[in-house]
Design a protein around this ligand. Sequence first.
Ligand SMILES: NC(=O)c1ccc[n+]([C@@H]2O[C@H](COP(=O)([O-])OP(=O)(O)OC[C@H]3O[C@@H](n4cnc5c(N)ncnc54)[C@H](O)[C@@H]3O)[C@@H](O)[C@H]2O)c1
Length: 329
Amino acid sequence: MRFAVIGLAGVGAKHVSVVSNLENAELACVCDVVSNIADDFANKYKTNAYYSVEDMVEKEKLDGVIVATPPKSHYPITKICAEKGIHVFVEKPMASYVSDCQKMIDVCKENRVTLMVGHKKRFVPALVRLKELTEGELGEIKYMIHRYPHPWMSSKDWFWAEDDGGGPILENAVHAADILGFLMGDVDSVYAEGDSFFAENRKPQINCAVYTLRFKSGAIATVGAGMVSVPAFSFEDFFIATDNGVAEVSGHFDSVEKIRYAFRKDPNNAKEEVYSGVDAFVEEIKHFIECSRTGKEPIASGEAGKKAVAICRAVKKSAEIGEPVKVGN
Ligand SMILES: NC(=O)c1ccc[n+]([C@@H]2O[C@H](COP(=O)([O-])OP(=O)(O)OC[C@H]3O[C@@H](n4cnc5c(N)ncnc54)[C@H](O)[C@@H]3O)[C@@H](O)[C@H]2O)c1
């Protein structure tokens, strides 16, 4: 597949490296509105540089793009590419607002191209194993506590802008929203308390929140998220309970490795499994290539990306009004 990576300064650099090392992918070109960034990558990877997506899609024959720009630009870029018949992998959050997510789903459907969202946690083996266990012998999750304390502070203005990154509760905690949806299904309502602690200069944007979620299945969960931690405490964890037992998944922030679980019928015996050495960025792009080729619905679909944005927007709304909020899609 002939790829372009759009947006290179941050996570786009990782995608460039992934694409240029995958056997069935070719880095056809790179694109960034900042010309010297695009030129530097093009020189390093011996490929073509573009400074506008419109110009790029006119001149290059592409099969897929990876969109790694700030969220406000995800819909316009997706539209340009989809209308040229190019499959779209877009970084999380899928967009700043649910309405843009829906427009992205529609334009990709109309043009029969694959749309996948960069919810890489769906490819983290310890979490995939938890899903497998809860769909099997452990049974469905009824209760979850997820600690997701981001270990550093963002200095990017777009990250904090309400109509772009939406602050840490959208921009970062969308990972938590998505993985809870992956593991527990659709959310009915949320209740949140949030504040600007540790990022007072970004007010009125909130930096952190603690919130509870009621799922349509009746299950309940609580999440603590925001830029509240430091690199020496770069961790996250999930504790879950089911009718048949309990489990804990833990490890490094954004790349948990260990799962422990025990059954109520054998309550003093915990099993432990450790999964390491898998790069979720590589796995998600391999999956995107497979879906683009076969027309299969991606594991991290546009619908899933939209639901995750809807949860984050409901959390922010609840923190603002001090009341529970129903999650609309
Ligand atoms: N999956 C992950 O773990 C992960 C990690 C970091 C960031 N992200 C996501 O990736 C996206 C980008 O975040 P970042 O931290 O890399 O941002 P960044 O600000 O570091 O880099 C964005 C780049 O996009 C370029 N750009 C902006 N608008 C553009 C446009 N219209 N066309 C072409 N280039 C454009 C900028 O010049 C910049 O080089 C965000 O949605 C973010 O949430 C995902």
